[in-house]
Design a protein around this ligand. Sequence first.
Ligand SMILES: NC(=O)C1=CN([C@@H]2O[C@H](COP(=O)(O)OP(=O)(O)OC[C@H]3O[C@@H](n4cnc5c(N)ncnc54)[C@H](OP(=O)(O)O)[C@@H]3O)[C@@H](O)[C@H]2O)[C@@H](O)CC1
Ligand SMILES: [K+]
Length: 509
Amino acid sequence: MRAPRHAPLPVRADSPHAPWPLFGTEYSRRIEQAAQAELPPHTLMARAGLAVARLALAVAPHLRDVSILAGPGNNGGDGLLAAVHLQSAGRSVQVHLLGDPARLPPDAAWALSQAQAAGVPIELGAVPEALPAGSLAIDALLGLGHRRSPDGLIAEAVKRLRQHPGPVLAVDLPTGLDGDTGRCLADAPTLAVRADHTLCLLTLKPGLFTGQGRDLAGQVWFDDLDVSPDTLPEASLGLAPETMAALPRRHAQHKGSFGDVLVVGGAPGMTGAAWLAARAALAAGAGRVYVQPLDDRAPLLDPAHPELMGRRSHAASQLPTDALTVVCGCGGGREIASALPLWLGRAPRLLLDADALNAIAGDSGLQTQLTRRAKRGQPTVLTPHPLEAARLLGCSSTEVQADRLAAARALAERLGSTVALKGSGTVVVSPGLPIWINATGNAALATAGTGDVLAGWIAGVWTQGVTAWQATRAGVHHHGAAADHWHASGRRGPLTASRLIKTMSSGVH
Ligand SMILES: NC(=O)C1=CN([C@@H]2O[C@H](COP(=O)(O)OP(=O)(O)OC[C@H]3O[C@@H](n4cnc5c(N)ncnc54)[C@H](OP(=O)(O)O)[C@@H]3O)[C@@H](O)[C@H]2O)[C@@H](O)CC1
Ligand SMILES: [K+]
């Protein structure tokens, strides 16, 4: 997937209708070097500067003043060249160059000479007290070349951009964000630029779409600088529309054609979680949905959804397993631990969520049972949030969040499972397959029960005959798309779990 050549504008990179390839620093450098070797000197930078100027004019057509904060590397060079184009488009441009002109890398030095020749006002080595209130600010401080916390003048400039009341456009990456992981490079999150728009150049970087990336980058745009990578991406951003389309209902099919789901969960005081997951599985299209409450006194009926079938543990263990997908967790409490050995052994498809994951994290015997499933060809899906992932990995949630892609990959490989690491930019990975980052969702999902809905929905899709990888991506995408729809239709506040199921059922993609 690449932007059209000579696109009049950079292409929005969050279109949910296609997967976008993502490349981290190492790959991006290789792609850049290969392209540089083929092209006349400074070609990429010339394209980058033009792309930045075009986007600046498009997102702030009404603003006459443009302040460009340019750093000591080629990211600064992009800003300097953008200044030339913006000035010739009639904007009043001021560049603040925070690097020694004598030590700029060759492309940026060339860009500086172009800006000087065009008479662009350039102030050297000083961060202004404030940026003009009515100006567009361009963050061309640091891009792919920064791996450490902003310091010195760069840190000052980041603070100034954070204080700027007008729009901020970041070049390639918001300064302070690690493009590989989506973590802030500084301990203090205030030492990262919070942009309204980010124009990613040459390659889309994964860190823009997970962890802190989505909050710091604002609207992400992409310009491939007319370069086609000849290498496979490390990860992709997007969805799995093919999965939803691949599940048509034919006349001759009956409820047995769509698979069964059993939800094991709902310990005393948390029964609702299991029924929510069950409702979601049914709404996702499962043929028959059963619930095994982990509270022996809990009723075996959801009066609002009599089509769901409650079973005590003995009866549940007698269900035929051929077409069965089992969800363990969902309000499982401590009680889930005793149900796990049976289903780790028996379930042909098993999804583990919440307390089931905590039980496995604390029991090496259950871990061994889990890893044996993969060897027997029984697929498993894990849907941890960062703390649950940390417990499974034996680290802290801060460490998980510092590199969500690596954490999800480690879990998948270690436990032989498909993993959906939840959070901003949910990361989905199956052993041996590329990482997929979800493009949908927002904070409206941060409310009780939405995780149960996700687990149930994935199971409901999975049991219809797609792979764990397809079902997980489809469920994660669809879950987030419902929240985006909720937000776009002007609603504010949390999207309750019950309403989430209704929104997901209404065909929002
Ligand atoms: N070449 C081309 O034609 C193209 C280039 N492109 C553009 O170039 C960007 C990559 O450029 P780049 O490699 O020069 O790195 P960049 O991010 O500008 O910074 C490096 C400088 O910053 C310094 N520095 C680092 N961390 C720091 C900190 N915390 N605080 C303070 N200083 C810090 C670092 O110093 P050092 O760490 O070495 O001491 C070094 O001097 C890329 O993102 C894209 O925008 C694209 O348009 C495609 C075409
Ligand atoms: K930047």
